[in-house]
Each structure stands twice: as C-alpha cells, then as structure tokens.
Design a protein around this ligand. Structure first.
Ligand code: DGJ
Length: 724
C-alpha cells in the first residue's frame, strides 16, 4: 500500500548497532500500517505508523465518518509531529540539540495505549523514540467525546549523558487539507481586546504570537479559528478551533506549504525560550485544545463552551454572583466609610457580592495610586482602620458577599517589599530597569518569591468573610532576566515562571474551594484555558463602554462561555442605561458605579436588569448554547441568542450600534416542530411592552422576531419559551 524505497531511519539505527535503544521499539514495520484513531462523537484525528520507516503520519482530521486513503507514497511532510534536522523540511514542532551536539531529531513509533478515563474521556498516549538517542517523546491526546474536543500535549524525556537543548517544543502540529484556508485571530490591545481579524492564508508562515512572558493575551488571545474553503460562517462549513492552555509567550504558526497543505503549530513561543532539559526530567508542554465542526464557527464555539463548563473552568454549573466592583466608582481613593456607603446602594440594586478593588493595602507606602505599595499586602490602617473583616461583616449585614483584589506577582519599587528584596524583581543585568505602570514583575522561579506570592494570595483570601478574589496582573515582561537562574538557564525564566504561576493558581483553587475567583490582567490580558481552569470568570477589558463591549464580548465569546465573561454596567461612554444593562445582561452581569451618583432612570434600569438576570437571564445565558445571529462587524447591529440544551427556552439579544432598518431578527437553535411564546423583556420605562406572541418554531426560525430597534443604542431582549 505505501510504497517507498527509502532506507529508513529505523533500519539505519539498527545497522549502526544502537540496538540498546532500538530494542524498545515495537515492530511497526511488519505487516501493514498501524492505525491510530482519536475519535469524538463527530470528529476524528486519524494517524498511522508507516511500516517502512516506523514514523507517525497523519491521515486527516475532520469528520469521524471520513475515510482517508492511505498515501500511495510516503510523504515526510505528512508527519504528525515533525522534527527538525533529519529530512523534514517545513516548520518543525520539535527542534533539539542533543548532548553530543547533534542538531537532528528523528522519532520512530514505539507503542500506543488508550485508556478510558471515564465514559466521556479517552486518553491516547503514543510513544515515539529517537533510535539513535535515548530520547522519548510521548504524544498525549485526550478525546472529549460529547464535546468534540481533543486536547493534545507532548511529554519529552531523555537519558542522554548531559542536558539537551530544546529550541522548539510546540504542543501540537496537525495538518489540514483543503482548497483554501481562512484564519480568524482575536487581536487587540488594552481596551480593545479580542478584535476579530480574518484573512485568507497565502503560502508561507503566518505567526500569531506573544513574547511578553506573562498574561499572553495583551495583544491577542492564544486561540484561533480556521475555516476551510471560504470565510468562516456561523452555522455552516468545515471549521476548526484551537486554543492553547498557556498564559506565557506562545506561538501559533500557520504554515501553508507548496502542496497547499496547512499545518497549524501551537505551543510555547521559541523566541528567547530555549530550554535545557536535564537527563531523566520530563518536560510537559501545555495542552492545546482542538475542535472541529462542519456546522461553522458557531458550533466550534459551542463545543468549547460545553467543554469548558464541564472540564475547563471552575464550578462550570454554578451561578456566578452579581458583582458590585468599586474600581470605576472610586479607583484607589476610598476609605472605610466610603466603601460601606457603597454597600447600601449595591444592596438596593439587588447586587449579591461586593468586590473591593485595588487600593486597600500598604502603610509605609500607601496604595493611594498606582505608584506605590504593590507587594505590601497589609491593610492600610489609615483608610481601613477596622480592617477587611469589618468590611466583610458590614457587607454581610446587608446580605452581600465580600471579595478582594490582589496582584500577587508584582511589585512597585516604592514598596517595603522592594526595599528588602530588590533582587526579587525580573530585570536584565546591566540594563536600566523598565517600568510599566510603575511596577515590576516578581521572579516566580525563585522559591522565596513563590512563598511570598502564596502569602500574598492566602493572606487576603483567608480573611474572615472573603468569598471572592480578583487576581490582577498589570504589566508584562520586557526584560526577562532572573537573579536566581544560572546563566545557561536564563531562557527558562518565563517558562518556569508560568509553571510556578499555574501551580499557585491551582493551589488557590484547591485550598480555597469556596472562594470564587476572577482572572484579570489590566483588563483582558490573561484569557486562556491554562489560567481559566483555576478561575470562575475573567475581566475582559477596562473598556466598559457598552458600545465597544458588544464587540469585546463577541470576540471572547468565540471561545469562552457567557458566565465567564465579566460584563459590568458603568458610566463609561455615558450610554442610555437600558442599552448598558442589555449589553451586560448577555455576559456575567455586574455593576461598577457609585449608586449615589446615578440618575433615577439609571437606578431603575439597573434594578430591573438585576431582577431579570436573577429570575431568568442568568440561567439561560449560563446554561444555554450560544448562537451568534448578526455580527457587529458586518452591519449596524449585533444579535445573539442563547438556547437551553433541550431547546425549551431561549433569550435573544439585539444591540443597535448605528442607525439602521428595523428588520426582524432570526433566532437559531430552536426546535422547528415546537410552539414558542415570545415575550420582550426589560422594556424601556418609556415604552409599553408588546404582547407576548405564540409562534411555531419553524415560523420563528424562518421569519424571525420583529424588533423595536432602529436608532444607535436601541436594544432589545426577548424570552422565547416553549408554549405550554
Ligand atoms: C486593571 C483592572 O483591569 C481593573 O479592573 C482594576 O482592577 C485595576 N487593574 C486596578 O489596578
């Protein structure tokens, strides 16, 4: 079947009497190819080991029912996890310099095993080995059947006489074949996070990456969508999604080769991150999540959401509390009386938890602005003489939970911490330290810094009455130097940092299982599934103008479920209160606005919105499946609906972003055979609600719902429930 005259690497290995290593390799060369299928309900990744050379090749990734022909001739470009230096000529997933200086790696199949971890999850491990060196690479593929998600990572281990140097060590590099490929990335910057940009790929390598060490997401999230043979559609077309579980510097490389094959490499960014791996140590790359659908990027998103709620975030099925966060209301300018005065307003609105933001700590260097105090995690005695417990008690008296802001990875030079431990900060020797937001990043590779960071977390979080934490990170690394790592391991800094970071996050989740957590990084700078595994939600942006927020939520919603996307009503943009509330109601609702400064209309709008969120919308948006109906990128309005998995109920949101026509909005996801009642919710105080209508599902899907939106900042929400 597979024809080749090539003298195989495996044979060479035998011939050169490296039998000690080769003996562990199972004889893939006898008989036909070994097939390895990694399957989910609708998709499959199909691999094979060629008998001629014992290498692992990819047949295809796509529909489970797809039958790929075995190639008539082996093509090294179709290797599943390509290695540098021994015949493969494109962008490699793995590039190693061995202890003896050999710059090539060659991986042959040893064995595979699949274990069913539970009825939904099967883990396939494929062991590959370099016949000439004691180097083993295990490719791990975890298939989540019902969610159509495959998580892939690699484990690299060797027993060479000295460390090997890993120059590239991507987590995965599957190849796809189609006529055309369209890549959607989610790029941006502070205050304009997760902006969609789609392009048709042309030959060459398109690199989407981050080199900023921590909080990968400042300029783009480590997640992409690939659509085959046309721009991505919402509900049709073959589409892939990829999301890397890593908060550090990443690279996603899309290489379109001369045979029109697309390889998508995802993993830790090789730039500045060479890693010397010691003998007998195992290097585990971060996981990358893949999903495939022939129902467009809408289904790709729903696959990620379902996976996340079950496996990817903390307490995926637990309702997120309605927050009142004081950042935009007060910044660091507050005291005990001010905060307590905010509690009453928050309570009257119906809020469930008060989240005290930045500014509560530091004594010698009080945190009265962002120039000082970071690192000194004692309560500021002047601002809060009775301590955090008192605030938590006062919140409790009003039926509010109490949460606290921390930024445990950072330090202001103007702090007691820095005065005592200058060498704890990440800086480059012989360079002028570069500050951003007047702060530096602590070197989490140091055990003493890890201990300090843990105290900075556990101290505030274990305060009596604290049931929520917001973990912020307001700068990134531009001078990656460590006073702790030896010269030949300086390039380990940001990899080891992120491992230590994930360990701290994991410890927090484990030691404080009842404390809910929000990830934040100067807005939405840390939104990846490595981080989110340990959090309940994230703060997507410091841009809370609801006009812009529609797009920001739209972008993040491609990968993350609504309940994870913090969406607060604030004064930013000075938009109509109903519009601001309607936008926040399609995410994890909250408020960040001094109630005493609100107009009566604003207060009424937010109180009504909160009541509605509690009675209806929180359940539908967090449990329902998302359908994006009209993109804010394509026209003057945005529309989306969330449909309960049994299609018995839905909530539909429309946001008018510029003047336009009042055309009906067509929902998706409903059952055409059922009858539904459509009712407008959150009707503006000055308009009268239209009567609830009973409509056939088929007619609803075909004709849509007439909406009262025409002018910029008009908005509407509909509840669609199965008629009794
Ligand atoms: C950046 C965050 O995005 C804000 O919400 C706020 O927590 C500030 N940091 C506090 O410094």
């Amino acid at each position: 079947m597979i024809m080749t005259t090539r003298i195989t690497r495996f044979a060479v290995a035998l011939a050169t009497s490296l039998a000690a290593f080769a003996s562990a390799i199972s004889p893939a060369r006898a008989g036909g190819p070994i097939r390895i299928n990694v399957e989910t309900a609708n998709s499959a990744l199909k691999l094979f080991v060629a008998p001629e050379d014992s290498r692992l090749y990819e047949l295809g990734y796509g529909a489970a029912k797809e039958n790929y022909d075995f190639p008539k001739k082996l093509n090294r470009q179709e290797e599943f996890y390509p290695q540098y230096g021994d015949g493969f000529i494109s962008q490699p997933a793995l590039q190693i310099t061995h202890a003896d200086g050999n710059t090539s790696t060659s991986l042959a199949y040893v064995k595979r095993e699949t274990s069913n971890l539970d009825p939904d999850i099967a883990l396939t491990k494929i062991e590959l080995k370099d016949p000439a060196y004691p180097l083993v690479v295990t490719l791990c593929l975890k298939a989540y059947r019902d969610e159509d998600v495959i998580e892939q990572w690699s484990e690299i281990r060797h027993e060479e006489p000295a460390p090997i140097t890993m120059l590239r060590y991507h987590s995965a590099a599957p190849a796809i074949k189609a006529k055309d490929y369209f890549l959607t990335q989610f790029q941006g910057d502070y205050k304009r996070e997760a902006t969609l940009a789609e392009e048709k790929l042309t030959p060459g390598i398109k690199v989407l990456d981050s080199k900023i060490g921590v909080r990968a997401t400042r300029y783009r999230i480590p997640s992409v969508i690939i659509s085959l043979d046309g721009p991505a559609q919402e509900e049709t077309g073959e589409t892939f999604g990829a999301s890397l579980c890593w908060s550090g510097s990443f690279s996603i490389e899309a290489e379109l080769d001369w045979q029109n094959r697309l390889r998508l490499l995802a993993g830790i960014n090789p730039v500045g991150q060479q890693y010397r791996l010691k003998p007998k140590e195992t290097f585990k790359t971060p996981g990358v999540l893949w999903t495939w659908s022939d129902k467009g990027k809408g289904q790709v998103s729903r696959n990620f959401h379902r996976w996340a709620k079950k496996y990817g975030i903390r307490d995926g099925d637990k309702p997120r509390p309605i927050l009142f966060n004081n950042w935009e209301a007060t910044h660091t300018d507050f005291d005990d009386a001010k905060i307590v005065s905010l509690f009453d307003g928050a309570k009257d609105l119906g809020v469930e938890l008060f989240l005290l933001d930045d500014g509560w700590f530091g004594n010698k260097h009080p945190r009265d602005n962002d120039r000082a105090g970071l690192g000194d995690w004692e309560v500021n005695r002047k601002k809060l003489p009775q301590g955090l417990e008192h605030l938590a008690d006062e919140a409790k008296k009003r039926g509010l939970g109490f949460g606290i802001w921390i930024e445990p990875e950072m330090v202001n030079p103007q702090s007691e911490l820095f005065e005592a431990h200058r060498d704890w900060a990440i800086v480059q020797r012989n360079r002028e330290p570069e500050l951003s937001r007047y702060q530096l990043v602590l070197d989490l590779t140091r055990p003493d810094v890890q201990q300090h960071a843990w105290k900075s977390i556990a101290g505030p979080v274990s305060t009596r009455g604290v049931s929520y934490v917001k973990w912020d990170a307001n700068r990134y690394v531009t001078q990656p130097g460590s006073s702790y790592l030896p010269p030949d391991e300086q390039t380990h800094l940001m990899v080891d940092y992120n491992r230590a970071l994930l360990a701290l996050m994991s410890r927090m989740a484990k030691d404080f299982p009842d404390v809910m957590a929000m990830a934040c990084a100067g807005g939405g700078g840390r939104t990846d599934y490595g981080t989110l595994k340990h959090f309940h939600s994230f703060w997507p942006s410091d841009n809370t103008d609801p006009r812009d927020r529609v797009k920001i939520q739209w972008g993040f919603g491609h990968f993350f479920p609504a309940a994870t996307i913090g969406a607060h009503v604030t004064a930013m943009g000075n938009r109509p209160p109903k519009f601001a509330c309607d936008v926040a109601l399609s995410g994890a609702f909250g408020v960040d606005r001094d109630v005493s400064k609100m107009s009566a209309e604003e207060r009424r709008a937010i109180t009504n919105a909160i009541a509605l969120y509690k009675s209806t919308l929180r359940q539908i948006t967090s449990r329902g499946d998302l359908y994006r109906l009209e993109s804010p990128y394509d026209g003057p309005r945005a529309a989306l609906d969330y449909v309960m998995p049994d299609a018995s109920k839905a909530a539909l949101f429309v946001y008018q972003l510029a003047d336009g026509e009042a055309k009906p909005v067509k929902p998706c996801g409903l059952d055409p055979k059922r009858r539904y009642t459509v009712r407008e919710l959150n009707v503006a105080a000055d308009s009268s609600p239209s009567d609830a209508k009973s409509v056939d599902g088929a007619a609803l899907l075909r004709d849509g719902i007439p909406v009262p939106c025409r002018k910029e900042f008009d908005s509407a929400i509909f509840e669609i429930s199965e008629a009794k």
